[in-house]
Design a protein around this ligand. Structure first.
Ligand code: SF4
Length: 403
């Protein structure tokens, strides 16, 4: 598998959320947030472990009351990843969360607005070497700022800058910032504007993106657009779903963009067409389930026909193409085995393990004798039966031209 892509990232300062560096050239991290009552120590820990297992590097828990903060004191030492306390309205809970030992605070400048309270939290965080995320949210802006700027990128950026101003009065600058909105265009424009004005690391997210699949699309549209411009140092999908889906989505987005080394299988599949010899959707789903927990960092293709499949998927590490009751198993586009249709997925798993362990060349060296010839015969027979143009496009074009 290729290593993470190196691309021009916006230079920023660096903060450390526990052992996770954010900004300043550090790998982009994935965040999520628990949905349990934080006061439920065991339930919250179980969810934190599930999130970490799915790819979350940092997890946020709400610190919405004293019971939650007391629970955090028990959760922090047992958590596999650094924890962020999410604070709204009550600055005393921020101070208490610092006592509990969290690795970062998130403050919403829209609902903790008294400068002396903000300065008190920043001073205490500074004394302990704990960073703060300024978490601006379009849905809970300071009313004074909203009245002045409307719901615009200027308003979100102004809110962050006002908070930075309070922090700077007490010499605190261990900061990362988010300017989230549920409107993707507003979110993208706000981050771009902020990136032009400050050099703090940025936490990206489309707030209240909603349930999948629309929520996934919205969040990806905003986050991926900015990441491809070099903007963004840590990301969170805000989905109305099990938060494990957020962590999976974050990790998969970074893998898809080449920004994180792949740990799991990348399954690609053709969309199917009139030439398909098999139910591609069913086989792809079967393969997705078979590879789900194997942690094989290979790209696997499921293709509907042997005529075009191996060629169309030759950049995949390996794949299977269906043809007349048999599957052609190919590695880097070259057929290495011909297997019965009902064994296609199990054969794919077997060969994927060989490719992952020993590499594609070693797998090619183990190609079964006669497989390539058998595959060529299947392919020729199918072209004979269906022609080169299975959708009869050439005939249709001729018809159109006669009009
Ligand atoms: S691989 Fe075959 S079935 Fe799949 S889209 Fe291409 S031509 Fe159609």
């Amino acid at each position: 598998m290729s290593p993470p892509r190196s691309y021009e990232r916006r230079p920023t300062r660096q903060v450390h959320v526990g052992g996770v560096a954010v900004g300043g050239g550090a790998p982009i991290s994935v965040q999520s947030m628990t949905t349990t009552k934080t006061s439920d120590v065991d339930g919250t820990l179980a969810q934190i472990y599930a999130l970490a297992g799915a790819g979350a590097d940092i997890v946020r828990c709400t610190a919405n009351d004293v019971a939650a903060v007391e629970a955090l004191a028990q959760i922090v030492p047992r958590s596999p990843v650094p924890l962020v306390a999410d604070i709204h309205f009550q600055y005393r809970l921020a101070l208490a969360a610092l006592d509990a030992g969290v690795s970062c605070l998130r403050l919403n400048p829209g609902n903790i607005r008294k400068p002396d309270q903000i300065r008190a939290v920043a001073t205490e965080a500074g004394d302990r070497g704990i960073p703060i995320r300024i978490g601006v949210n379009g849905g809970s802006l300071d009313p004074d700022i909203e009245a002045r700027f409307g719901m615009t990128p200027m308003a979100l950026v102004e809110s962050a800058k006002r908070e930075l101003g309070h922090f700077s009065e007490v010499g605190f600058s261990d900061v990362k910032i988010s300017v989230k909105a549920s409107d993707v265009t507003l979110m993208v424009e706000s981050y771009r504007m902020l990136a032009d004005e400050v050099d703090f690391p940025l936490h990206l997210g489309v707030t209240e993106a909603g349930p999948p699949p629309a929520g996934l699309v919205k969040a990806t549209a905003g986050i991926a657009t900015l990441l491809n411009e070099g903007i963004g140092d840590t990301i969170r999908y805000s989905l109305t779903a099990d938060p494990v889906a957020e962590a999976v989505a974050g990790r998969q987005l970074l893998e898809a963009l080449g920004l994180r080394e792949r740990t799991g299988t990348d399954l690609v599949a053709c969309p199917s067409c009139g030439r398909a010899e098999v139910d591609v959707i069913a086989v792809a789903q079967e393969a997705q389930e078979a590879f789900a927990d194997l942690d094989l960092p290979v790209q696997v293709a499921v293709m509907g026909c042997v005529v075009n499949g191996p060629g169309e998927a030759r950049s995949a590490d390996l794949g299977i193409a269906a043809g007349r009751g048999r599957g052609h198993l190919f590695v880097r586009g070259q057929v290495v085995a011909v297997v019965p249709e009902d064994e296609m997925v199990s054969a794919l798993v077997t060969w994927a393990k060989v490719v992952a362990a020993d590499g594609a060349d070693a797998a090619l060296a183990q190609a079964e004798a006669g497989a390539a010839d058998a595959a060529a015969a299947d392919r020729a027979a199918l072209i004979d039966a269906q022609g080169d143009d299975v959708n009869d496009a050439a005939e249709r074009v001729a018809l159109i031209r006669r009009r």
